[in-house]
Design a protein around this ligand. Structure first.
Ligand code: PEP
Ligand code: MN
Length: 338
């Protein structure tokens, strides 16, 4: 940490700040310039609320220079994390992985047709919600476990993996045999009890960025899962709430290189929720692959206009086929495969 003192700070004020830092277990190195003193602190600053030093008399500002997360930081695993799934699929390696499927599992015909086409187009995962976090309590809430059983059957029939959202702790156990990867939705990014419990599960977790979550908060949330001993965490950029209203959310493409710099965890891009508009899904998917996303998760449906949820952002299967061809070219251009 760095504490910059005000130009007119007295020796007594500087000593009081040094004492407070030492008391907090921090080693202090003082540099005195012509007009200002700077106090550099080395020690267990990750667990400190640095605002406590900002309150002290004579302090101009306080900066954190080490990351507040330990296990999610790039330094923990400089080579990067590759999450391996049962059938040889590796997420975080050279291949850009594609996850596709409906927003919600609706019925047998829908999920089987989708699975067939996702596989044929080169996808690795079938996505689909059985437990849906809907803004309105009157909107379709998902099929629950019977829906997940259908998706498992469809995925197995076509050699796909399954990713699906878990909304609460009690759903973890019944979902365990039915999914290959748990999805934590944007609304639950800071459901710390759920995250802790997933730290005990021995299944990968796809953690979505909250609607108003900073990248630092996303990484701190991942730390809850990692610190439980579950190192198979995949982060997901799915758009954030900004003042812009032309799109449902603002897709933060820059989060992809930022996460790669700060963390060893792989990052997935979700251009469906990231834009909320069908016409903008493909351009943002292409941009995400160009920016280095390790995977893409996209909503597709055989009858997209009639999807029970998120129809406006759902691609028809033919549009998905076309997008896959484009993504393959872009992946190759940035030294990846797809
Ligand atoms: C979803 O994947 O369908 C979903 C609800 O996503 P998010 O949590 O990002 O809104
Ligand atoms: Mn959705």
């Amino acid at each position: 940490m760095i504490v910059a003192m005000q130009e007119n700070a007295t020796e007594e004020q500087i000593d009081a700040v040094i004492d407070a830092m030492v008391e907090a277990g921090v080693n202090v190195h003082r540099t005195t310039g012509a007009t200002q003193s700077i106090l550099a602190g080395v020690g267990p600053t990750a667990s400190l609320d640095l605002r406590q030093f900002e309150l002290l008399a004579g302090v101009l500002y306080v900066h954190r220079i080490s990351s507040p997360y330990k296990l999610a930081g790039r330094g923990f695993r400089p080579e990067g994390t590759v999450v391996e799934f049962g059938n040889g699929v590796k997420l975080g390696g050279e291949q850009v992985i594609v996850m596709a499927g409906p927003c919600s599992i609706e019925n047998r015909a829908q999920i089987f047709e989708t699975a067939k086409r996702v596989k044929a187009a080169g996808g690795s995962f079938l996505r689909g919600g059985a437990f849906k976090p809907r803004s309105s309590p009157y909107a379709f809430q998902g099929m629950g476990i019977p829906g997940l059983e259908l998706m498992r059957e469809a995925a197995d029939a076509h050699g796909l993996l399954v990713v699906s959202e878990v909304m609460e702790i009690s759903q973890i156990e019944p979902m365990l045999p039915l999914v290959d990867c748990f999805q934590v939705g944007a609304r639950n990014m800071q459901n710390f009890n759920l995250l802790r419990e997933l730290g005990q599960a021995r299944k990968p977790v796809l953690l979505k960025r909250g609607i108003a979550g900073t990248i630092e908060e996303l990484l701190l949330s991942s730390e809850y899962i990692l610190s439980g001993g579950n190192y198979d965490v995949i982060l997901c950029e799915r758009g954030i709430r900004t003042y812009e209203t032309a799109t449902r959310n603002t897709m933060d493409i820059s989060a992809i290189p930022v996460v790669h710099k700060l963390s060893h965890l792989p990052i997935v891009a979700d251009p469906s929720h990231g834009t909320g508009r069908r016409a903008m899904v493909a351009p943002m998917a292409r941009a995400a692959v160009a920016a280095g996303a390790d995977a893409i998760i996209v909503e597709v449906h055989p009858n997209a206009d009639k999807a029970a949820s998120d129809a406006a952002q759902t691609l028809f299967l033919e549009q998905f086929d076309k997008l896959m061809g484009e993504l393959r070219v872009i992946a190759e251009a940035v030294g990846r495969t797809l």
